[in-house]
Ligand binder design. Structure first.
Ligand SMILES: NC(=O)c1ccc[n+]([C@@H]2O[C@H](COP(=O)([O-])OP(=O)(O)OC[C@H]3O[C@@H](n4cnc5c(N)ncnc54)[C@H](OP(=O)(O)O)[C@@H]3O)[C@@H](O)[C@H]2O)c1
Length: 254
């Protein structure tokens, strides 16, 4: 299937590693130009090099800490200017609060929620001029399911972004802009959080594997393909939706 992504312009937060990087790689292969951010410059340089190798589009990696308002807005403006407009906005980075303390809640608010708000704010006018504008948030199944951990801000922040995506979709549909959330379940990739669990807590990791009907964790490429499809012109009739991408890990009907 042709995703009609050739020549499209995509912004991805947290595109230097993990799910964000695999999404950037797939979009670059499909012919998109990419602007992405992260905090670690070595990871950005490494990602930029690989992205340039796989596609013909332009690639712009920029260091930006999404906890910081002005760095986030600068990244959005830099991306829009470098790319000459925006078609796909993908907010993938997370504050990953697993502590539930004051600083964790503030980090979730800034990175998961406010960075998304600021990116939309800075790019809305460019998105309105696109012929295939989409805003895609990477959520989590923690936005709908309690996995047994003590309370933190991670799930609540991911839940908030689902409401925000619906508000964006309802408001800006008339401008041709779609908004959706894709929520992965547990995803393994080398160097990722579940890889760490696998090394440090193998019994727990195996229990999670057994809890998933397909008998294993998802991969970053499997999530990237879902993100790319939903964000692409091929996913045009998917709008204002939350999509579980968890291989059936959370045993609910909807
Ligand atoms: N992996 C899973 O099992 C899983 C499950 C459910 C949902 N998710 C969601 O999927 C998304 C990606 O997860 P992942 O596992 O791929 O994460 P990851 O491996 O930790 O990668 C996160 C990316 O975001 C960047 N980043 C993190 N904090 C940032 C900040 N403050 N400012 C700028 N960039 C920042 C990281 O680069 P730097 O560290 O260099 O900044 C990196 O490029 C997240 O929204 C997460 O909640 C993941």
């Amino acid at each position: 299937m042709d995703l009609s992504l050739k020549g499209k312009r995509a912004i991805i937060t947290g595109g230097s590693r993990g799910i964000g990087f695999r999404t950037a790689l797939l979009l670059a292969r499909e012919g998109c130009s990419i602007a992405f951010c992260g905090r670690n410059q070595d990871d950005i340089d490494n990602a930029e090099k690989q992205l340039k190798e796989v596609g013909n589009g332009s690639v712009f990696g920029k260091r930006a800490d999404l906890e910081n308002q002005s760095e986030t807005r600068d990244f959005a403006r830099f991306s829009a200017e470098s790319l000459g407009g925006i078609d796909l906005l993908i907010h993938n980075a997370s504050g990953f609060d697993m502590a539930g303390d004051e600083s964790g809640w503030m980090r979730s608010f800034q990175v998961d929620i406010m960075a998304g708000v600021r990116l939309v704010d800075e790019t809305l006018e460019q998105l309105k001029t696109s012929t295939c504008a989409s805003i895609t948030f990477v959520g989590s199944m923690a936005s709908k399911f309690h996995f047994g951990r003590p309370p933190t801000s991670y799930g609540p922040a991911k839940a908030a972004i689902r409401t925000y995506a619906n508000e964006l979709a309802q408001t800006y549909g008339k401008d041709g802009i779609r908004a959706n959330v894709i929520s992965p379940g547990a995803v393994w990739f080398e160097g990722g959080s579940w890889d760490k669990q696998k090394q440090e807590n193998p019994k727990f990791y195996q229990a999670v594997e057994r809890s998933i009907p397909l008998g294993r964790l998802g991969t970053a490429d499997e999530i990237a393909r879902i993100i790319a499809f939903v964000a692409s012109p091929a996913g045009l009739w998917i709008n204002s939706t939350h999509i579980s991408a968890d291989g059936g890990q959370v045993a609910t009907v909807d």
